[in-house]
Design a protein around this ligand. Structure first.
Ligand SMILES: [Zn+2]
Length: 239
């Protein structure tokens, strides 16, 4: 059973995914004294018009560090994969098993199984697979087995399509912190606007307001708990 201080592992495919979808919840976890670990899987080396893959990856690592520092979260800066390289295979499953074994989470927040990018959907799938096999000692990896099989919460997909939350977190008192964290991703504020016509900050606040309307608060984040045995819990873990 988890202690009253939780180890919260949030896994996004790219730097900025967590800041878009669940940074308010992470800020509330951190404020309550829980240990928050923010991990992004890919280097973020694709999303630039001007910079080389190496240059944009280095810049995005810096932006992710600045965002994690806003709430004092531990940052795991990539699992060594490039953008578009998150495949569900044995090697990547072991990467995720080791991520869970070394961070020992009581719960995991990650992408919804349906989202707009393969990297997101496969990250979700790999977390799902690894959350169980990380407990199995006969599967050998760099780190020893972690006995806890953590529950998983799926976060809002980009664009919010086909996603109906069943749990909500009131982020009204931390919306400014979420905005600050997302604002650290300066390269992506520019890239998303140029590539998709998407204003990340405006969209994030619109989604938070819409989920807030659903939950009768000003701003909220929505989640769907992953209901697959044996990761179901009787108590609410979200703040
Ligand atoms: Zn992403």
């Amino acid at each position: 059973m988890p202690s009253d201080k939780l180890r919260v592992l949030a896994v996004g495919a790219h730097p900025d995914d967590l800041e878009n979808a669940c940074a308010g919840t992470l800020a509330k976890f951190a404020r309550a004294g829980h240990h928050v670990i923010m991990c992004y899987v890919c280097k973020g080396d694709a999303a630039s018009y001007e910079l080389t893959p190496e240059e944009i990856a280095a810049l995005r690592a810096q932006e992710a560090k600045e965002a994690a520092d806003v709430i004092g979260a531990e940052l795991i800066a990539g699992l060594g994969l490039g953008d578009s390289q998150v495949y569900v295979n044995e090697a990547n499953t072991l990467l995720f098993i080791d991520l869970i074994r070394r961070t020992k989470p009581d719960l995991i927040i990650t992408h919804n199984p349906e989202d707009y990018l393969q990297d997101h959907m496969n990250t979700s799938r790999l977390v799902f697979e690894a959350s169980l096999f990380s407990s199995t000692a006969n599967i050998k990896s760099q780190y020893p087995a972690h006995p806890v099989i953590p529950p998983i919460y799926y976060m809002e997909p980009y664009g919010s399509l086909n996603f109906q939350p069943t749990e909500y977190v009131d982020i009204t008192d931390v919306i400014a912190i979420k905005r600050e964290m997302l604002s650290k991703h300066r390269s992506q504020l520019d890239f998303m606007k140029r590539h998709y016509g998407d204003d990340m900050l405006e969209r994030m606040e619109a989604v938070a307001r819409f989920r807030g309307i659903q939950a009768n608060v000003r701003y909220a984040e929505g989640f769907i708990p992953m209901l697959r045995w044996p990761r179901v819990m009787t108590k609410r873990l979200l703040p």
